[in-house]
Design a protein around this ligand. Structure first.
Ligand SMILES: Nc1nc2c(ncn2[C@@H]2O[C@H](COP(=O)(O)OP(=O)(O)OP(=O)(O)O)[C@@H](O)[C@H]2O)c(=O)[nH]1
Ligand SMILES: C[C@H](OP(=O)(O)O)C(=O)O
Length: 208
Protein backbone atom coordinates (compact mmCIF):
# COMPACT_ATOMS: atom_id res chain seq x y z
CA UNK A 1 0.00 0.00 0.00
CA UNK A 2 0.95 3.64 -0.30
CA UNK A 3 -0.21 6.90 1.21
CA UNK A 4 -0.78 10.16 -0.58
CA UNK A 5 -1.09 13.58 1.03
CA UNK A 6 -2.51 16.35 -1.18
CA UNK A 7 -0.78 19.57 -0.25
CA UNK A 8 -0.86 23.18 -1.33
CA UNK A 9 1.20 25.63 0.65
CA UNK A 10 0.62 28.83 -1.34
CA UNK A 11 -2.14 30.82 0.33
CA UNK A 12 -3.04 27.84 2.52
CA UNK A 13 -5.70 27.80 5.21
CA UNK A 14 -7.46 30.99 4.18
CA UNK A 15 -10.14 30.26 6.78
CA UNK A 16 -7.52 30.86 9.48
CA UNK A 17 -6.82 34.36 8.14
CA UNK A 18 -8.81 36.05 10.95
CA UNK A 19 -6.13 34.87 13.40
CA UNK A 20 -2.99 34.07 11.36
CA UNK A 21 -1.18 36.07 8.66
CA UNK A 22 -0.38 34.53 5.27
CA UNK A 23 3.21 33.92 6.33
CA UNK A 24 2.08 32.28 9.57
CA UNK A 25 -0.46 30.08 7.80
CA UNK A 26 2.15 28.91 5.33
CA UNK A 27 4.58 28.11 8.17
CA UNK A 28 1.84 26.33 10.10
CA UNK A 29 0.70 24.07 7.21
CA UNK A 30 4.26 22.97 6.67
CA UNK A 31 4.49 21.89 10.32
CA UNK A 32 1.17 20.03 10.06
CA UNK A 33 2.30 18.29 6.86
CA UNK A 34 5.47 17.10 8.55
CA UNK A 35 3.50 15.75 11.49
CA UNK A 36 1.18 13.82 9.18
CA UNK A 37 4.19 12.34 7.39
CA UNK A 38 5.77 11.37 10.71
CA UNK A 39 2.52 9.70 11.84
CA UNK A 40 2.41 7.69 8.59
CA UNK A 41 6.03 6.64 9.01
CA UNK A 42 5.41 5.69 12.63
CA UNK A 43 2.49 3.58 11.40
CA UNK A 44 5.10 1.77 9.28
CA UNK A 45 3.86 3.11 5.96
CA UNK A 46 6.98 3.37 3.86
CA UNK A 47 5.65 4.64 0.55
CA UNK A 48 4.41 8.19 1.05
CA UNK A 49 3.68 10.68 -1.73
CA UNK A 50 2.98 14.37 -1.33
CA UNK A 51 0.84 15.50 -4.25
CA UNK A 52 1.14 19.22 -4.83
CA UNK A 53 0.46 21.74 -7.59
CA UNK A 54 3.90 23.27 -6.96
CA UNK A 55 7.24 22.48 -5.39
CA UNK A 56 6.77 25.54 -3.16
CA UNK A 57 7.54 24.49 0.42
CA UNK A 58 8.66 21.03 -0.65
CA UNK A 59 12.11 21.91 -1.96
CA UNK A 60 13.84 20.10 0.92
CA UNK A 61 11.39 17.25 1.43
CA UNK A 62 13.30 14.04 2.12
CA UNK A 63 10.73 12.06 4.12
CA UNK A 64 8.31 11.54 1.23
CA UNK A 65 8.24 11.51 -2.55
CA UNK A 66 6.99 14.74 -4.09
CA UNK A 67 4.64 14.47 -7.07
CA UNK A 68 3.61 17.59 -8.94
CA UNK A 69 0.23 18.02 -10.59
CA UNK A 70 -1.04 21.50 -11.34
CA UNK A 71 -4.66 20.40 -11.61
CA UNK A 72 -7.09 20.98 -8.75
CA UNK A 73 -7.40 18.67 -5.77
CA UNK A 74 -9.97 16.28 -7.28
CA UNK A 75 -8.46 16.00 -10.72
CA UNK A 76 -4.96 15.47 -9.36
CA UNK A 77 -6.10 12.79 -6.90
CA UNK A 78 -8.24 11.00 -9.48
CA UNK A 79 -5.31 10.85 -11.87
CA UNK A 80 -3.19 9.46 -9.03
CA UNK A 81 -5.81 6.81 -8.16
CA UNK A 82 -6.28 5.78 -11.78
CA UNK A 83 -2.59 5.03 -12.03
CA UNK A 84 -2.33 3.13 -8.71
CA UNK A 85 -2.12 -0.65 -8.62
CA UNK A 86 -2.02 -1.10 -4.84
CA UNK A 87 -4.23 0.10 -1.96
CA UNK A 88 -4.04 3.86 -1.38
CA UNK A 89 -4.58 5.87 1.79
CA UNK A 90 -5.44 9.50 1.07
CA UNK A 91 -4.72 11.69 4.09
CA UNK A 92 -5.23 15.42 4.26
CA UNK A 93 -2.31 17.54 5.38
CA UNK A 94 -4.25 19.36 8.10
CA UNK A 95 -4.57 16.49 10.58
CA UNK A 96 -2.03 17.04 13.37
CA UNK A 97 -4.23 15.02 15.77
CA UNK A 98 -4.11 11.91 13.58
CA UNK A 99 -1.99 9.26 15.32
CA UNK A 100 -0.17 6.15 14.06
CA UNK A 101 -2.78 4.08 15.93
CA UNK A 102 -5.58 5.75 13.95
CA UNK A 103 -3.73 5.09 10.70
CA UNK A 104 -3.25 1.42 11.55
CA UNK A 105 -6.93 1.15 12.46
CA UNK A 106 -8.07 2.81 9.22
CA UNK A 107 -5.86 0.59 7.07
CA UNK A 108 -6.90 -2.62 8.82
CA UNK A 109 -10.50 -2.33 7.61
CA UNK A 110 -12.06 -5.50 6.25
CA UNK A 111 -14.18 -3.43 3.84
CA UNK A 112 -13.19 -2.22 0.37
CA UNK A 113 -13.05 1.40 1.51
CA UNK A 114 -12.60 3.11 4.89
CA UNK A 115 -13.84 6.69 5.17
CA UNK A 116 -12.80 9.05 7.95
CA UNK A 117 -15.30 11.91 8.17
CA UNK A 118 -14.11 15.43 8.90
CA UNK A 119 -16.00 18.26 10.54
CA UNK A 120 -18.85 19.85 8.62
CA UNK A 121 -19.32 17.07 6.12
CA UNK A 122 -15.74 16.76 4.85
CA UNK A 123 -13.50 13.74 4.41
CA UNK A 124 -10.25 13.60 6.35
CA UNK A 125 -8.91 10.27 5.13
CA UNK A 126 -9.90 7.59 2.64
CA UNK A 127 -8.40 4.13 2.46
CA UNK A 128 -9.16 2.52 -0.90
CA UNK A 129 -8.19 -1.06 -1.61
CA UNK A 130 -8.95 -0.91 -5.34
CA UNK A 131 -8.00 2.66 -6.31
CA UNK A 132 -8.59 2.26 -10.04
CA UNK A 133 -12.27 1.48 -9.22
CA UNK A 134 -12.79 4.57 -7.06
CA UNK A 135 -12.78 8.30 -7.67
CA UNK A 136 -12.88 11.19 -5.21
CA UNK A 137 -14.99 14.31 -5.10
CA UNK A 138 -13.83 16.61 -2.32
CA UNK A 139 -15.47 19.85 -1.20
CA UNK A 140 -19.09 20.32 -0.24
CA UNK A 141 -20.46 17.40 1.74
CA UNK A 142 -17.70 15.13 0.47
CA UNK A 143 -18.20 12.56 3.23
CA UNK A 144 -21.69 11.73 1.94
CA UNK A 145 -20.45 11.86 -1.64
CA UNK A 146 -17.62 9.43 -0.86
CA UNK A 147 -20.07 7.01 0.78
CA UNK A 148 -22.27 7.18 -2.35
CA UNK A 149 -19.34 6.68 -4.70
CA UNK A 150 -18.40 3.48 -2.85
CA UNK A 151 -21.97 2.17 -3.01
CA UNK A 152 -22.46 3.19 -6.65
CA UNK A 153 -19.28 1.39 -7.68
CA UNK A 154 -20.19 -1.79 -5.80
CA UNK A 155 -17.67 -1.40 -2.98
CA UNK A 156 -18.53 -1.78 0.67
CA UNK A 157 -17.20 0.71 3.18
CA UNK A 158 -16.48 1.33 6.85
CA UNK A 159 -16.87 4.69 8.57
CA UNK A 160 -13.95 5.29 10.93
CA UNK A 161 -15.49 7.12 13.89
CA UNK A 162 -12.90 9.18 15.77
CA UNK A 163 -13.00 12.65 17.27
CA UNK A 164 -9.26 13.24 16.88
CA UNK A 165 -8.94 11.79 13.36
CA UNK A 166 -12.09 13.75 12.50
CA UNK A 167 -10.64 17.08 13.63
CA UNK A 168 -9.13 18.82 10.63
CA UNK A 169 -7.72 22.24 11.32
CA UNK A 170 -9.72 24.64 9.18
CA UNK A 171 -11.06 27.40 11.40
CA UNK A 172 -9.87 29.34 14.45
CA UNK A 173 -11.96 27.22 16.84
CA UNK A 174 -10.12 24.11 15.60
CA UNK A 175 -6.92 25.58 17.04
CA UNK A 176 -8.55 25.17 20.47
CA UNK A 177 -8.70 21.41 19.87
CA UNK A 178 -5.07 21.42 18.76
CA UNK A 179 -4.00 23.19 21.96
CA UNK A 180 -6.07 20.83 24.11
CA UNK A 181 -5.35 17.50 22.43
CA UNK A 182 -2.24 18.05 20.30
CA UNK A 183 1.47 17.61 20.67
CA UNK A 184 4.50 18.27 18.51
CA UNK A 185 5.60 21.21 16.43
CA UNK A 186 2.18 22.30 15.07
CA UNK A 187 0.77 22.57 18.59
CA UNK A 188 3.94 24.33 19.82
CA UNK A 189 3.66 26.86 17.00
CA UNK A 190 0.09 27.77 17.99
CA UNK A 191 1.02 27.65 21.68
CA UNK A 192 3.55 30.43 21.10
CA UNK A 193 0.82 32.69 19.69
CA UNK A 194 -2.32 31.95 21.71
CA UNK A 195 -3.49 30.78 25.09
CA UNK A 196 -6.72 29.10 26.06
CA UNK A 197 -9.31 31.03 28.01
CA UNK A 198 -12.63 29.82 29.40
CA UNK A 199 -15.49 32.21 28.87
CA UNK A 200 -19.14 31.39 29.58
CA UNK A 201 -18.37 27.70 29.77
CA UNK A 202 -16.59 27.55 26.39
CA UNK A 203 -12.85 27.33 25.82
CA UNK A 204 -11.61 29.97 23.40
CA UNK A 205 -8.36 31.39 22.02
CA UNK A 206 -6.71 34.58 23.23
CA UNK A 207 -3.73 36.02 21.32
CA UNK A 208 -0.55 36.38 23.41
N1 LIG B 1 -2.70 18.77 -4.67
C1 LIG B 1 -3.52 19.75 -4.19
N2 LIG B 1 -3.82 19.78 -2.87
C2 LIG B 1 -4.61 20.77 -2.42
C3 LIG B 1 -5.14 21.77 -3.27
N3 LIG B 1 -5.90 22.63 -2.51
C4 LIG B 1 -5.86 22.16 -1.25
N4 LIG B 1 -5.07 21.05 -1.18
C5 LIG B 1 -4.83 20.21 0.01
O1 LIG B 1 -6.06 19.52 0.24
C6 LIG B 1 -6.29 19.38 1.63
C7 LIG B 1 -7.63 19.97 2.03
O2 LIG B 1 -7.65 21.34 1.77
P1 LIG B 1 -8.39 22.40 2.68
O3 LIG B 1 -8.76 21.83 4.00
O4 LIG B 1 -9.47 23.04 1.89
O5 LIG B 1 -7.19 23.40 2.96
P2 LIG B 1 -6.85 24.81 2.34
O6 LIG B 1 -7.24 24.87 0.89
O7 LIG B 1 -5.42 25.08 2.67
O8 LIG B 1 -7.74 25.75 3.27
P3 LIG B 1 -8.81 26.92 2.95
O9 LIG B 1 -8.09 27.95 2.16
O10 LIG B 1 -9.19 27.43 4.32
O11 LIG B 1 -9.94 26.23 2.21
C8 LIG B 1 -5.10 19.98 2.33
O12 LIG B 1 -4.21 18.91 2.58
C9 LIG B 1 -4.54 20.94 1.31
O13 LIG B 1 -3.14 21.16 1.47
C10 LIG B 1 -4.79 21.72 -4.66
O14 LIG B 1 -5.19 22.55 -5.48
N5 LIG B 1 -3.99 20.68 -5.06
C1 LIG C 1 -11.33 19.18 1.02
C2 LIG C 1 -12.51 19.37 1.94
O1 LIG C 1 -12.01 19.82 3.15
P1 LIG C 1 -12.86 20.73 4.19
O2 LIG C 1 -13.16 22.00 3.43
O3 LIG C 1 -14.07 19.96 4.55
O4 LIG C 1 -11.90 20.92 5.29
C3 LIG C 1 -13.26 18.04 2.11
O5 LIG C 1 -12.98 17.32 3.08
O6 LIG C 1 -14.08 17.73 1.24
Amino acid sequence: MRAVIPYKKAGAKSRLSPVLSLEEREEFVELMLNQVIDSLRNAEIEKIDVLSPSVYGLEDMTKARVLLDEDDLNEALNRYLAGSKEPVLIVMADLPLLSPAHIKGICSTEKDVCIVPGKGGGTNALFIKNPSRYRVKYYGSSFLTHCSIATDTGQDFEIYDSFLAGTDIDEPEDLVELLIHGNGSAKEYINRKFRLEVSRGRVGLVPL
